[in-house]
Design a protein around this ligand. Structure first.
Ligand code: FES
Ligand SMILES: [Fe+2]
Length: 355
């Protein structure tokens, strides 16, 4: 496993199939960075919980009776079963395996045969492990690293940029969660997101709405944020109507794996993580939001275009996985301008892995 050491070459292509590389990424990337974990509205009521993940780390968000929201490692301290699945309401968090029971603040409060088994005397040490949880507007983020810098450092100026462009994240209405899986390494999905060089060829519908030309479509990176901003074409075509209070499309990537999308037009936003399942498989979900007052016609056009782009991207990344995964070549090249955000992403991956 050797780095190329230059940004004009891609990362070595065996990093996109090698289980050892993914193990290192889980340890040094997904256990150390902030990741989108879900919606605050899913855990709004006292007693509500929602299971989620940070990379391969099982997480559960819980609101206790007093209203405090916490994130816990969703792994039983006894023999490691997942404690919660899905979402809902609970008075306690009882593990389904041997019924160890945790209070909503994570403390172990009961275990069958507790009084007979001496080794269980000190239950105070055996509460659920609490994880870092921070919020931005209606969005919850978790970080398994207790030493991590605050979420705001990582978000940078994304909240300000969205506000300045007319998107009020607190006024949005949650629409739906769209889940998907594809047969590609998570870095291929991230890298595909980070350039629109492929848009004229591969996304004719999107490119008929957004100006994806190199002079119109801006790429910009700062800190952990990589952003793309695209204005509406003077004469947009297709079923989607991009007129509205949001003038430009914005596509933000928060290292390592959170995307925040805003299309030009009415108030809208989608947010979600890119989660490795195994070296050649990736799970994603996107939480969609729109303004309170959008009409059905607009919404239909919005979702239709989004679905089309999603299907096109899935085919692209799976094709890349087949090419890269063949092992016939060692690496590829990056365009210094048009693929600068991929270079940035790969630099951050290399730094995080300590290569
Ligand atoms: S693994 Fe949870 S109670 Fe045994
Ligand atoms: Fe794409």
């Amino acid at each position: 496993m050797a780095a190329t050491g230059t940004t004009s070459r891609t990362l070595p292509w065996d990093w996109y199939t090698d289980p050892a590389v993914l193990r290192l990424e889980q340890e040094r990337i997904f256990r150390r960075f902030w990741q989108y974990a879900g919606l605050l509205t899913d855990v709004a009521q006292p007693g509500s919980f929602a299971a989620t993940r940070a990379g391969d780390v099982p997480v559960v968000l819980v609101r206790d009776e007093g209203g405090t929201l916490r994130a816990f490692l969703n792994v039983c301290r006894h023999r490691g079963s997942l404690v919660c699945e899905g979402s809902g309401m609970r008075k306690t968090l009882q593990c389904p395996y041997h019924a160890w029971t945790y209070a909503l603040d994570g403390q172990l409060v009961n275990a069958p045969r507790l009084e007979r088994e001496e080794a269980l005397a000190d239950t105070g040490e055996l509460g659920l492990v609490q994880l870092r949880l921070e919020t931005w507007g209606p969005f919850a983020f978790v970080n398994p690293d207790p030493e991590a810098a605050p979420l705001s450092d990582f978000l940078g100026d994304i909240p300000e940029r969205l506000a300045a462009s007319g998107v009020d994240v607190d006024a949005l209405r949650f629409l739906e969660r769209a889940e998907s899986e594809c047969g590609a390494n998570w870095k291929i999905c991230a890298e595909n997101y980070l350039e629109c060089y492929h848009c004229p060829t591969a996304h004719p519908g999107f490119s008929a709405v957004v100006d994806v030309s190199p002079d119109g479509y801006l790429l910009e990176a700062e800190g952990w944020r990589m952003s793309q901003v695209g204005p509406v074409r003077p004469e947009p075509r297709g079923p989607y109507r991009p007129a509205g209070e949001v003038e430009r499309g914005q596509f933000h990537f928060l290292f390592p794996n959170t995307v925040v999308n805003v299309m030009p037009g009415r108030q809208n936003l989608s947010i979600g993580p890119i989660v490795p399942r195994d070296p050649e498989r990736t799970y994603r979900f996107l939480d969609y939001f729109v303004g309170e007052d959008v009409d059905d016609d607009w919404l239909r056009g919005f979702l239709e275009l989004d679905e089309q782009v999603g299907a096109e991207d899935r085919a692209l990344v799976e094709s890349v996985q087949r090419g890269i995964g063949s092992g016939a070549l060692e690496s590829g090249v990056l365009l210094p301008e048009s693929e600068q955000l991929i270079a940035r992403f790969q630099t951050l991956v290399l730094e995080a892995l300590g290569e």
